[in-house]
Ligand binder design. Structure first.
Ligand code: NAP
Ligand code: GLV
Length: 310
């Protein structure tokens, strides 16, 4: 049997090297040159063209090379009976927690305003804005692999941390909420909110006018999950009138962010080009370990639940 690599986004040669290193003797084919499709039992994928996976009749594992699986879930021809795994790696988690803590701290410490003052040659101390972390509350949407670690690290920095998940969670030192009522209760308490939710039918557009209206005036938003979590017009309106004081945005409805989009130049926005937590070649060991488990007849880890959508 053979593996196939299906990703128009990254370099197949990097994965060829990783397969040679971690799975010596295994053959890696690169989509669309699959040869006899019946010989393929494992697909290593990142945003594969919709319909591609359905052409592989003997597939036993779909291994997603990133954390988010919404692109797979949106494939109308996705072979849902085939086990699907996603990337969960401590180095990805580290990157994400660092990024989100950066955004919270930049926002709460008014870094954008101080940089503007510096560029204008002005010495302006915003003393009224200062509050120590223990007097600031940060809410983390999603308490999974990435959100859970981000919440713990923000708590270690001294913030009062709230977290929100679909099912009840119990994380030491974090005020945990769940369900729609839990979200409403949490938002009003937060000086900053970090979004680390998967994109599903339940979370698409969740950061809308209603959500933003519940935040404290001048609250900070960090979105490192998916652009479609945000209703952009609603966020821009809240940024324009200062209801949101600063937003660090890594992900967008359309990527790259189209030229001329208001996020590019909004004084309260910092954008980054979807780099919060990257899949690095060094993470291949964890992804390919599931192929070894499959070959050995052992249970897979980091499986996606297609009924939940994440
Ligand atoms: P995860 O481990 O699956 O955790 C998801 C969390 O979201 C869980 O706590 C889950 O609740 C919660 N959740 C799901 N649906 C919900 C709902 N309807 N209401 C409330 N909470 C809900 O995912 P992860 O590994 O932390 O990754 C999260 C997302 O980060 C990915 O899906 C991806 O989109 C994004 N990401 C972005 C980058 C980047 O570079 N920008 C990199 C990697 C990942 P339960 O605990 O109850 O299941
Ligand atoms: C990146 O956005 C990922 O989901 O891994």
């Amino acid at each position: 049997m053979a593996l196939v690599y299906i990703s128009p986004w990254s370099d197949a040669n990097l994965w060829r090297q990783q397969v040679a290193r971690h799975l010596p003797g295994e053959e890696l084919r690169v989509w669309p040159d699959v040869g006899d499709a019946r010989a393929i039992d494992v697909a290593l994928v990142w945003k594969p063209p919709h319909g591609a996976l359905a052409t592989l009749p003997n597939l036993k594992l779909i291994a997603n090379l990133g954390a988010g699986v919404e692109h797979l879930m949106a494939d109308p021809a996705l072979p849902r009976h085939v086990p699907m795994t996603r990337l969960v790696h401590p180095l990805m988690t580290e990157q994400m927690s660092e990024y989100c803590a950066l955004g919270v701290m930049m926002g709460l410490r008014r870094v954008a305003e101080y940089m503007a003052s510096q560029r204008a040659g002005q010495w302006v101390a915003r003393e009224a804005d200062v509050a120590p972390p223990s007097q600031r509350a940060v809410g983390v949407l999603g308490l999974g692999e990435l959100g859970g670690d981000t919440a713990r690290k923000l708590a270690a920095l001294g913030y009062q941390v709230h977290g929100w998940s679909r099912s009840p969670r119990d994380l030491p030192g974090i005020a945990c909420h769940h369900g729609r009522d839990g979200l409403d209760a949490m938002l009003g308490a937060c000086d900053a909110v970090v979004c680390l939710l998967p994109l599903t039918t339940a979370t698409r557009g969740i950061i809308d006018r209603r959500f933003l209206g519940r935040l404290k005036p001048g609250a900070i938003l960090v979105n490192a999950a998916r652009g479609a979590h945000v209703v952009d017009d609603d966020l821009l309106a809240a940024l324009d009138d200062g209801r949101v004081g600063f937003a660090l945005l890594d992900v967008f409805y359309d990527e790259p962010l189209p030229a001329g989009h208001r996020y590019w130049s909004h004084p309260r926005v910092m954008i980054t080009p979807h780099i919060a937590a990257l899949t690095l070649p060094v993470m291949a060991d964890v992804i390919l370990a599931n192929v070894k488990r499959l070959r050995a007849g052992q249970p897979l880890v980091d499986q996606v639940d297609p009924t939940r959508g994440y």
